[in-house]
Design a protein around this ligand. Structure first.
Ligand SMILES: [Zn+2]
Length: 389
């Protein structure tokens, strides 16, 4: 939810952003050094103790000006990042550079909404725009500032969630570039047109940015301008994806999608393609948690499975299919296929096969050590993000 800190509050926020970033960087450096010098890995508790000692020194006494729990949360985040790295779930943690990462800090305790204002430790009540009722107990609040100088509070609550009614339907989804998604039941979700307009604008703004002198005032103004367009595209896009995933999860109990190559995405320089990749990533993320919440089965199939080339009627594989072929006729059974619809039907078939345990080793992705089926058990209470901004 958007918050509107006054001048004094935004200055205190800046100090929180800076201090939590400092803590992250300080302990990342310390952990690296300790490992280099003595092969000793420092734990969260080592870091937390050092933090207490640091605050007592003259040099780092300014750390006392900010909420101590936010600093501890930063140490905890670093520890989690290390944990994820060792479990091979994430890259090695990086230093946070000012201006290059999103400014944020977390208040893990004592956050409240009173009289339509947000109360967090060390701050006077902050003006907040509540656009959705806050249900349940507030677990923690993350304050962030966008590159366009907007402030947000993401409030995470513990709520009793009532899953959607059961469904007996299964669906396969082909996420594409031409259409946003084509489903095995024939429903097509188109890309939103507005994105195209903004992509044009973004290309223009980026070109302007590259012309501005480094370090100049004009450049920082232009950077903000570019960030605004980025933000607009993201908001429209994420909103649209929510509509899509909501409907799919409501109507189906088994949802099959292709496993995407996230690593390959980062290297993308084509803007339209990059946005499509980001959309796929977001779609997968939403499907994952919405399936968990609503007791749905999300099945991811190997993206090397030839979903476009295989005839969904007779399993004949059309080796001559090119990327340009939007329609093709099966040489074996004569069926005329729409490329994407046929793919989505194959994705569904393959997903059901995987679910029933008939898939091959490769299809079950055991060689990648990845789970194919999402967690089906539903905990009665779970944290729910209300607004990430
Ligand atoms: Zn056929």
């Amino acid at each position: 939810m958007r918050i509107y800190p006054n001048k004094e509050q935004s200055e205190l926020m800046s100090r929180h952003f800076g201090s939590t970033r400092f803590v992250w960087n300080y302990f990342l450096a310390e952990r690296k050094q300790s490992y280099l010098e003595s092969k000793k890995s420092l734990s969260y508790y080592d870091n937390a103790q050092t933090l207490v000692a640091l605050k007592k020194t003259d040099e780092f006494g300014w750390l006392k000006d900010v909420n101590s729990q936010s600093l501890q949360a930063s140490v905890k985040d670093l520890d989690t990042a290390y944990g994820r790295f060792f479990k091979k779930q994430a890259m090695f943690p990086k230093f946070k550079k000012k201006g290059l990462c999103i400014d944020s800090f977390r208040c893990p305790q004592n956050a409240k909404i009173v009289n339509n204002k947000l109360q967090i430790p060390k701050f006077n009540p902050i003006k907040i725009k509540i656009h959705r009722e806050i249900k349940g107990k507030i677990l923690f609040v993350t304050i962030s500032k966008t590159q366009t100088d907007k402030y947000f509070a993401a409030i995470t609550c513990e709520v009793e969630y009532k899953p959607l009614p059961k469904s007996d339907k299964a669906i396969g989804i082909d996420l594409g570039i031409k259409s946003f998604a084509v489903c095995s039941d024939g429903i097509v979700f188109e890309n939103i047109k507005t994105t195209k307009k903004y992509v044009k604008k973004l290309t223009y703004e980026q070109r302007q940015l590259s012309k501005k002198k480094k370090g100049s005032n004009n450049r920082s103004k232009q950077r903000k301008q570019t960030a605004l367009v980025h933000e607009k595209i993201r908001n429209v896009r994420v909103d649209n994806i929510h509509k899509f995933t909501k409907q799919i999860v409501k109507d189906n109990s088994i949802i099959v999608i292709e496993n995407l190559n996230v690593k390959g995405m980062v290297k993308n320089h084509n803007l339209a393609k990059a946005i499509a990749d980001a959309s796929w990533y977001e779609t997968t993320r939403q499907f994952k948690y919405k399936s968990d919440w609503n007791d749905r089965n999300l099945v991811k199939i190997d993206r090397f499975f030839p979903s476009s080339k295989t005839c969904n009627v007779c399993n004949f594989i059309n080796q001559n299919l090119t990327l340009e072929d939007r329609e093709w006729t099966c040489l074996n059974c004569g069926t005329i296929h729409d490329r994407d619809l046929n793919a989505s039907k194959n994705i569904l078939k393959q997903g059901l096969k995987t679910l029933s345990g008939c898939g091959t080793q490769s299809e079950l992705k055991q060689k990648h050590g990845e789970a194919s089926v999402s967690n089906q058990s539903l905990r009665p209470m779970m944290p729910r993000q209300l607004a990430a901004g």
